[in-house]
Design a protein around this ligand. Structure first.
Ligand SMILES: Cc1ncc(COP(=O)(O)O)c(C=O)c1O
Length: 573
């Protein structure tokens, strides 16, 4: 046995590396000799293993332990160096952001930031400046008819904005018959609670029927299933939760999901809640769809979920779900398709005779879950969405089961505890009363409008161009004078979406605004022509336009800080 010294301790390392090099060399010669002698590799391999063992035996256990510690030390050192390297690269990538963050530490810049925050707050306050009479909570019983009357009168103010027909998205149902059906069904089921399916048997039954209806619309197979949630965000949170749990079972401790930068913020929210790393993939420069090469490059052993939108909110564009499905299958990673926005349009395309669109649903073998909001183009009241899975195995991961609670066994299919059956009943009544043809007609009408607006902008307006090739429910455009377009459209009464990266304007068509499509196109053309006549030397956007632009150009931390008063302003009367 050799004694413990630094040079002796490093000798096993030399033997180890020599062994590896010799082994590689032998593998190489093996491939040449394979045809001549089948056994050469195994013989040589075993002879090397024995000589390696023999050499190691000549060292004391202390030397070998030291060598082990030395290897671990080297491993961590390399990791540290790589991390430092990544941070330096990251610093240079975000150099602009870092310079601003440093500059903000200067007193003059700090003051400027406080000023900006004030301007933003004032702008928010202006948005909610309507004052209503203080509401009293009396000691004694009041005349409820008067209470209701007052509330209805005040709500009519909200309704007038809706009736303008100039709002992007937001309002999906303006059909009085549907509203009546919803009201009647809601009345009956309002106090039912799906936390107690053992009491509310019929309510439970219609929930399962509503899920079946959704699964069939999205071409689920025999094992496909789903659950209802109170909206798109909750469907997405539940989907991420179920894949986090699945990942945990597979031993993934640091889960990651891969989404496009245009995927809904709810994915980011879910990542924050469940401690998941959110890898955001830039768009393909031509199609504005998720860049598939980058998706593949970012897939790792930690990836628990891929995401595609059909369509996304910002541009109303679809990702290439077929290719994402292939990637999901290739790497055995679940794929969630976010159909929250347009699900109840695209699911009726076959019936509407719209056949030239790419596949997006459970017909693709890689699609493992789909979220689709009933409370959008399903025309149901706010507070209901479907989350569907291709297999029970995936849905099971979103269940919460707690058998050891002093309050008894507690089981919920998703996050929510007590859930009213009212919205499920309303949705079921609406869908089964209105029928498929009605939804197919709605889908076709919006499809045709989108086509018309898209072609009009591209052919008639020289200063703007449509972002990508939308076809479902909305059109967005980009160009040089976006804040100007925003302000002028606002002056004409249109409440549009201000988009960033690229800077643009978005408008989502619904039954509530589709009749105004011609007026919207005319307005855009007028603004375009006005700019052709006299281009403003220097754009002077309104405070609102500036605010929307600012939130994207400021570093993330500062922008978040500047916006933090918004929830206070809307929650405090
Ligand atoms: C594509 C998409 N996903 C998810 C959501 C979130 O839905 P909700 O607002 O119902 O939570 C939206 C909302 O507009 C959406 O457009």
């Amino acid at each position: 046995m050799e004694r413990l010294s630094v040079s002796n301790c490093l000798k096993p390392a030399k033997i180890f590396f020599k062994f590896i090099l010799d082994f590689i060399e032998n593998c190489r010669s093996y491939s040449f000799n394979l045809l001549n002698s089948q056994n050469i590799i195994s013989k040589q391999y075993f002879s090397y293993i024995s000589s390696f063992e023999a050499q190691l035996n000549s060292y004391s256990p202390f030397t070998l332990i030291f060598f082990g510690i030395f290897l671990i030390f080297i491993y961590y050192l390399i990791k540290l160096i790589l991390n430092c390297f990544a941070s330096i690269i990251n610093f240079f990538i975000n150099i602009r952001e870092n310079i601003i963050l440093l500059a903000v530490k200067l007193p003059s810049q700090k003051r400027k930031l406080i000023e900006t925050k004030k301007v933003i707050n004032e702008e928010f306050k202006k948005m909610f400046k309507k004052h209503f009479q203080k509401i009293e909570f009396y000691d004694n019983k009041q005349d409820y008819t008067k209470v209701l009357l007052k509330m209805q009168k005040n709500f009519s103010g909200d309704n007038s904005k809706i009736k303008s027909g100039k709002l992007t998205g937001s309002v999906y149902c303006v059909d009085d018959q549907i509203k009546y059906i919803a009201g009647e069904a809601t009345k009956t089921f309002l106090y039912s609670n799906l936390l107690h399916p053992d009491i509310y048997h019929y309510t439970r039954y219609i929930e399962s029927e509503l899920i079946n209806l959704g699964v069939q619309l999205f071409n689920g197979g025999k094992d496909a299933c789903g659950l209802t949630t109170n909206g798109g965000t909750m469907s997405i949170l539940n989907a991420v939760y179920s894949y986090v749990n699945r990942g945990r079972k597979l031993g993934i401790k640091n889960p990651e999901i891969i989404i496009s930068i245009t995927a809904h913020c709810a994915f980011e929210k879910a990542c924050e809640v469940f401690g998941v790393k959110c890898i955001k993939i830039p768009l393909d420069k031509k199609t504005y769809q998720i860049n598939l090469n980058l998706v593949e490059k970012n897939i790792s052993k930690n990836t628990i979920m891929l995401v595609g939108s059909f369509p996304n909110f910002p541009h109303c564009l679809t990702d290439d779900i077929e290719k994402l499905s292939q990637l999901g299958l290739k790497y055995k990673i679940p794929l969630h398709v976010d159909c929250c926005l347009g699900g109840f349009l695209v699911a009726f395309y076959d019936r509407a005779g719209i056949t030239d669109i790419p596949k997006f649903d459970f017909r693709l073998p890689g699609v493992t879950s789909i979220s689709a909001d009933l409370h959008k183009y399903g025309l149901c009241p706010k507070g209901i969405s479907l989350l569907m899975f291709s297999k029970h195995e995936y849905r099971r991961n979103s269940f919460f089961i707690y058998p050891r609670w002093p309050g008894g066994v507690y089981i919920t299919p998703g996050f929510e505890g007590s859930r009213t059956g009212a919205l499920i009943a309303a949705s079921f009544a609406i869908l089964t009363s209105m029928g498929k043809e009605f939804y197919a007609n709605n889908a076709k009408r919006l499809y045709d409008v989108v086509k018309k607006v898209k072609e009009f902008i591209n052919n008639e307006c020289n200063l703007i161009e449509v972002i990508g090739d939308p076809f479902i429910c909305g059109v967005s455009f980009t160009g040089k004078y976006i804040p100007f377009f925003y302000d002028k459209l606002s002056e004409k009464g249109f409440a549009v979406n201000f988009l960033n990266s690229p800077s643009g304007i978005g408008f989502v068509f619904t039954s509530a605004n589709v009749d105004r499509a011609e007026e919207y196109m005319k307005s855009i053309k007028e603004i375009n022509d006005l700019l052709n006549k006299e281009k403003p030397d220097k754009e002077k956007p309104s405070d609102t336009a500036k605010l929307y632009g600012l939130s994207y150009t400021l570093p993330l931390g500062i922008a978040t800080d500047a916006l933090e008063n918004y929830p206070d302003i809307i929650l405090d009367s």
